[in-house]
Design a protein around this ligand. Structure first.
Ligand SMILES: Nc1ncnc2c1ncn2[C@@H]1O[C@H](COP(=O)(O)OP(=O)(O)O)[C@@H](O)[C@H]1O
Ligand SMILES: [Mg+2]
Length: 327
């Protein structure tokens, strides 16, 4: 075994003319949690498919759990688990029967002790004879992870593990994923388009866009890269870039759709000036963003990771902040 649980060089996937994964280099140390963070269509699932030998690599190399994915796909598959975004449980079966089925898929002669230990760990032992169709979402997720761990894999892949879950269940799952990583010493590679999720769970993160890594590092390293507030502004009548650039405290201005993104030293300090200047242009929207993984993505690409999670600017909150900062 190498030090890296996952290692890829120039990993590339082409679908016809589309470069879904574009020369990606990746090193994931054993025992760590690594996150691929990016918007829909960025290439996250494709990377997982390449690393798990479910899809042919167009170009480049990858090794997982000590084996070359292209030369030894079977050895790789025996050593990895996969928690898919889609449901894989059989609703008409009990949890125990689902585990039995999994043991058949994996050709595991000895599985009952492990299955019992996993059910116990996930607090499902007393529910093992209930049909999975009657389980809550949280219980189903736990069982899916248990299935993926049954054959004692050294690396586990989780594709959007909490997509569509309510915030409570999502947080419960974060605890579980961290727990599994610690307790079972499993290396975790997960994909997400939720900023807080990647931030909360991952030791290191690759931010991915159009099949390319645009940034790579620990969550704090990534956030430190921006080290500025971002102010988005959209006006009915166009504003001049040079005017915005000339405002005190503005470090950088870039266009975003019909508006601008300003990189500023302190949003509290410069917003009154900005509002004053933008007044005649009929402000449509202003949004202030403090350093986060979202601002890293915004800064690098001019777009948001989760377009749906757009927060509009709350003027009341803003004026309270400005009033406070003047006192
Ligand atoms: N089997 C396929 N055939 C053609 N294009 C595909 C296929 N699978 C994925 N793609 C395309 O590759 C890109 C990356 O997709 P995907 O890896 O699923 O992104 P993500 O998981 O980040 O949302 C997208 O543009 C998608 O439409
Ligand atoms: Mg996907």
């Amino acid at each position: 075994m190498t030090e890296s649980a996952i290692s890829a060089h120039g990993l590339t996937k082409r679908y016809g003319r589309l470069l879904a994964v574009d020369h990606v280099d990746l090193e994931v140390p054993s025992g760590s949690v690594f996150g691929l963070l990016g918007p829909n269509g960025a290439g996250k699932t494709t990377i997982i498919k390449l690393l798990t030998a479910l899809s042919d690599i167009t170009e480049g190399t990858a090794s997982v759990a000590g084996f070359d994915v292209q030369r030894n796909p079977m050895q790789v598959k025996q050593r990895i688990g996969w928690v898919a975004a889609e449901v894989i449980l059989d609703d008409d079966f009990t949890a125990w029967e689902n585990l039995w089925l999994q043991s058949k898929f994996q050709r595991l002669p000895e599985w009952k002790d492990r299955a019992t230990a996993l059910l116990k760990y996930f607090d499902l032992l007393e529910e093992k004879d209930r049909k999975v169709g009657t389980y809550s979402t949280g219980m189903r997720k736990k069982l899916e992870i248990a299935l993926a761990l049954l054959h004692n894999p050294s690396v586990i892949f989780m594709d959007e593990p909490t997509i569509g879950l309510d915030p409570g269940t999502r947080r419960m799952l974060w605890e579980l994923i961290s727990g599994v990583n610690r307790e079972f010493g499993v290396t975790v590679l997960l994909t997400s388009h939720y900023i807080e999720e990647a931030d909360a769970l991952c030791d290191r993160i690759a931010i991915i866009d159009h099949g390319k890594f645009v940034a790579l590092g620990t969550p704090s390293e990534l956030k430190a890269r921006v080290n500025a507030d971002l102010v988005e502004i959209e006006t009915a009548r166009p504003m001049d870039q040079a005017v915005l650039q000339g405002l005190p405290g503005v470090r950088d201005v870039r266009s975003q759709g019909k508006g601008w993104i300003l990189k500023v030293d302190s949003s509290e300090a410069m917003l009154p000036r900005l509002l004053e200047t933008a007044k005649e242009h009929a402000i449509r929207r202003i949004n202030v963003e403090k350093p986060s993984l979202e601002t890293v993505f915004l800064d690098l690409t001019g777009r948001r990771i989760d377009q749906g999670g757009n927060e509009t600017f709350d003027f009341r909150k803003f004026y309270t902040t400005v009033r406070r900062s003047r006192q």
